[in-house]
Design a protein around this ligand. Structure first.
Ligand SMILES: *[C@@H]1O[C@H](CO)[C@@H](O)[C@H](O)[C@H]1NC(C)=O
Ligand SMILES: *[C@@H]1O[C@H](CO)[C@@H](O)[C@H](O)[C@H]1NC(C)=O
Ligand SMILES: *[C@@H]1O[C@H](CO)[C@@H](O)[C@H](O)[C@H]1NC(C)=O
Length: 247
């Protein structure tokens, strides 16, 4: 009898160790293979077809992707959704030259990695990759509680769920295109004028991939919870066996 109890106690301990290990694995960050695939991150988000196209057309995909390897500061990308582009005034982007379109995209990228916690306390304005003769174009961040807002001076919006928040690259969803004052401010040469209401190729081809955006990380969380529940079940079962054996 004492021997069986001993075996069972050993078995219990063994299970506890397994359980602890499973938990540790569930909580550990996903293994980083070193190579960050920006397109894959955006595609997984499911609502960034326009952004991917603009990043690609302006050669920024290649630029960011290659600089991620060498830039020791990392990058942060504020990723406007397809809806954000669709909600722009019709033709807004038609007024921009190719060079200005590149600047608009660059304005959504900072040459530094910021976690959401960093953004809550960062000192303004924050440098972006976009710049003109007057230097780098900045973004202002304001935080309240856990909510971070970003302002371009022309638009203000919330910094939403993180598609990725792991050095060297952070990607956050924004529901508005960040229009820089330098291009869209009152006095800017490219300020949208009410004439020419013809539809823009920028806004006509979007919105097909609306689909079912899944907030990133949700699946992982579910898996973790399931694992913990299973672990708990095992412990409970073994505990009952132990109690039965000891009584
Ligand atoms: C980027 O553009 C090139 C040339 O237009 C195209 O072949 C490629 O598939 C595009 N890549 C992505 C990720 O959209
Ligand atoms: C953030 O912006 C939203 C509107 O987009 C506004 O309601 C909220 O008060 C702002 N929060 C902060 C901290 O500025
Ligand atoms: C950021 O805030 C400063 C100080 O309030 C202001 O002068 C500047 O215009 C703001 N810039 C943007 C992009 O909002």
């Amino acid at each position: 009898m004492a021997f069986t109890s001993l075996i069972l106690i050993l078995f219990c301990s063994f299970c506890l160790i397994l359980q602890a290990q499973a938990q540790a694995q569930a909580q550990a960050p996903a293994p980083s293979s070193g190579a960050v695939d920006l397109v894959a991150i955006l595609q997984k988000g499911g609502q960034y077809t326009t952004l991917i196209r603009l990043l690609n057309d302006s050669q920024q995909l290649i630029q960011i992707q290659s600089q991620l390897k060498s830039n020791s500061q990392g990058f942060t990308l504020f990723a406007p959704t397809d809806n954000a582009f669709q909600n722009l005034k019709s033709g807004a982007l038609n007024h921009l030259s190719d060079e200005q379109k590149v600047q608009l995209i660059l304005y959504h990228v900072t040459p530094k990695y910021y976690s959401l916690a960093d953004l809550l306390t960062v000192s303004n304005p924050v440098r972006t990759q976009a710049s003109g003769s007057d230097g780098s174009w900045g973004l202002n961040f304001t935080g309240q509680g856990n909510q971070v807002n970003v302002s371009s001076g022309v638009v203000e919006t919330q910094v939403n769920n993180a598609l990725r928040q792991q050095f060297p690259l952070a990607v956050y969803q924004v529901d508005k295109v960040l229009l820089p004052e330098e291009l869209f401010g009152e006095k800017s040469p490219a300020a949208p004028s009410p004439k020419s209401p013809k539809s823009s190729p920028e806004t006509t081809t979007v919105g097909k991939a609306g689909g079912a955006p899944s907030p990133s990380g949700e699946g992982q969380k579910d898996n973790g919870a399931a694992e913990r529940n299973m672990g708990f079940g095992v412990i409970l079962g073994v505990g009952l066996i132990c109690m039965g054996a000891l009584s």
